[in-house]
Design a protein around this ligand. Structure first.
Ligand SMILES: Nc1ncnc2c1ncn2[C@@H]1O[C@H](COP(=O)(O)OP(=O)(O)OP(=O)(O)O)[C@@H](O)[C@H]1O
Ligand SMILES: N[C@@H](CCO)C(=O)O
Length: 326
């Protein structure tokens, strides 16, 4: 009988438990449970007295070099006492493991567990703390470059549109909006006074979903899978954008955004040019992540991405945000 090939597999928690126990010399009582099959696959590891996160990167998603750059950044941040989930070496002193999955070689990393829980809505004080945390990352990485992607207007807008195109006809109102608005956004970005825009390493995905908050209100950031190079205000733009979807009350949201800015600016000044671009960059971030969703149809998004979803995402989220902020 023919054996069919596999494009994406879910490795069993029991095999991951055995692998991690052996590679990291953990106690035989260690347990492993699958948390999420998202863009990558995430497992929670519990020993008698400690928890970890084991991330299994999807096949052909990031190169070993790209992951090594992500981990180098995390180590730099940790050394500077910035609260991030950091990678842990295995018994052979390696941070990255090779996993021989049915679809091919996958990489895997054991991370420290970010203390606390995920919280959707939280106080102004915590928004301020997140602003400070983001600014400390930016302060530390300003002017540095990772050997990874640079988030140019071309990547954010044009590459994303190319990923979206096979899934939605050019004739639709929603695709027309994306195509026409792309030119307006691109023009704004190309005309920006780049001397006034700080560049460095960006996380690209800082929002409630990628941080844990402890009982004593300490914030720890994780999931640097999209880190790369670019204007630092991309991170700010994304954070503000997400507050528009998670905070429904206008007055409360404004207070939280202001608290975030205040926390940020205790560490790093945001230029007027950056402030001017933040709403537009937020719209670009929507293009970018919709592009990621389309690009990862085969081995992630097919369970939710269809024509109706795309039309709603564009009309409600992207167009809605564009009209609100411009
Ligand atoms: N270092 C960590 N500490 C604690 N929990 C974590 C950590 N990393 C991941 N998690 C948990 O696992 C979940 C999935 O992890 P993560 O967000 O990194 O996966 P992902 O595949 O990149 O998700 P997405 O598809 O949304 O980007 C997180 O939402 C969080 O609940
Ligand atoms: N945070 C992104 C996905 C990548 O983590 C989104 O939900 O659009």
């Amino acid at each position: 009988m023919k054996t069919f090939s596999v494009t994406s597999s879910i490795i069993s928690s029991s095999d991951i438990a055995d692998f991690v126990c052996e590679k990291y010399a953990l106690s035989p009582n260690t347990t492993c449970r699958l948390l999420k099959t998202g863009i990558n696959h995430t497992y929670r590891i519990d020993t008698d007295n400690e928890s970890f996160i084991f991330r299994l990167y999807s096949c052909n998603w990031r190169t070993k070099q790209e992951i090594a750059e992500e981990l180098k950044l995390l180590q730099l941040l940790k050394q500077n006492d910035i609260a991030v989930s950091y990678p842990i070496s295995n018994r052979s002193e390696n941070l990255i493991n090779d996993i021989n999955a049915p679809e091919g070689l996958r990489y895997a990393v054991l991370f420290s567990f970010a203390k606390g829980n995920k919280v959707l809505n939280f106080s102004e004080d915590i928004h301020s703390e997140i602003g400070t945390l983001m600014a400390r990352i930016h302060q530390q990485t300003k002017g540095l470059k990772l050997n990874r992607i640079t988030y140019t207007p071309e990547i954010l807008l044009n590459q994303s549109l190319n990923y979206i195109k096979p899934f939605l006809s050019d004739e639709t109102e929603e695709m027309q909006f994306l195509i026409e608005t792309r030119f307006i956004l691109e023009k704004e970005l190309l005309n920006a006074n780049t001397k006034l825009l700080r560049t460095g390493i960006v996380h690209m995905d800082i929002w409630f979903d990628n941080l844990n908050i402890s009982d004593d209100n300490k914030v720890t950031l994780f999931d640097f899978d999209f880190c790369g190079n670019g204007w630092l205000c991309l991170d700010i733009a994304y954070y503000i954008l997400q507050l528009h979807s998670t905070e429904k009350d206008d007055t409360e949201r404004t207070a939280k955004i202001n608290a975030f800015y205040k926390g940020y600016e205790t560490i790093e000044k945001i230029s007027d040019e950056e402030k001017r671009l933040i709403p537009i960059l937020g719209v670009c971030m929507y293009y970018f992540y919709l592009g990621v969703q389309c690009n990862r149809f085969e081995n992630w998004s097919n369970t939710f991405l269809n024509e109706v979803y795309l039309k709603r995402f564009i009309a409600v989220l992207i167009k809605g945000y564009y009209e609100k902020v411009t």
